[in-house]
Design a binder for this molecule. Structure first.
Ligand code: G3P
Length: 218
């Protein structure tokens, strides 16, 4: 199972990377805007910095919605750094773009996936990753984890090489559930990743061990 961090914040990316368990990064226009990065050059420079921190796939999203625009943007993004994976929305021109980019050898992450049918199209088109959005489905009283389970089952059944990247993760519990559902990758905020560490019995146990050690030094 691989761990990506879902943020464009350089400090958080460094902190997760320093843990030694980080396999990649996902961003989107919302996460980039949250960092106050403005203008194409600054955004590209920001992606470059992320790629220099993490030795793994870094998803950068196109903002065009037509085939030609997506291809043009994807080629520019892919030139920034070899770690860049181009994030493409699952719309008609997006499917065509994923197919063309896969033939060019440019890796893609098919985003905004909310149904098994969309995930089948992404895999057929040759997406490197597919991103089902768990939290946003849960937000509308649907079942995000069930979607991950279904996609994993379908991909395994047909042997699709597209990796299932559980996205829109909102909690530590989501990470566990995505792992149980067989997601290849989970992309999560730093807080949710660090939450995996927490257990009161670990804290109590450690405190007791340290106290008892002190007794051996008296
Ligand atoms: O990678 C997509 C993800 O960032 C979306 O998360 O919390 O905005 O639904 P969220």
């Amino acid at each position: 199972m691989k761990f990506f961090i879902d943020t464009a914040n350089l400090d958080e990316i460094r902190e997760a990377n320093d843990l030694g368990i980080l396999d990649g990064v996902t961003t989107n226009p919302t996460l980039i805007s949250r960092e106050g990065v403005k203008g194409k050059d600054a955004i590209f420079q920001h992606y470059r910095k992320i790629c220099e921190i993490v030795d793994g796939p870094v998803s950068a999203e196109v903002i065009s919605t037509d085939f030609e625009g997506m291809i043009r943007e994807a080629r520019e993004l892919a030139k920034i750094h070899e770690n860049i994976v181009v994030k493409i929305p699952i719309i008609k021109d997006g499917v065509k773009a994923i197919r063309a980019l896969s033939q060019e050898g440019i890796r893609t992450n098919c985003t905004l996936v909310f149904s098994p049918g969309q995930a089948i199209l992404a895999a057929k088109a040759g997406a490197t990753f597919v991103s089902p959005f768990i939290g946003r489905l849960d937000d509308i009283a649907s079942d995000g984890i069930d979607l991950v389970r279904k996609i994993v089952e379908i991909y395994n059944y047909y042997g699709f090489p597209t990796e299932v990247l559980a996205a829109s993760i909102r909690s530590t519990q989501h990470i566990i559930q995505a792992a149980e559902a067989g997601a290849d990758i989970v992309t999560a905020p730093l807080k949710a990743i660090l939450g995996l560490l927490r257990h009161p019995l670990t804290d109590i146990g450690l405190q007791k061990f340290l106290e008892d050690y002190k007794k051996t030094q008296e």
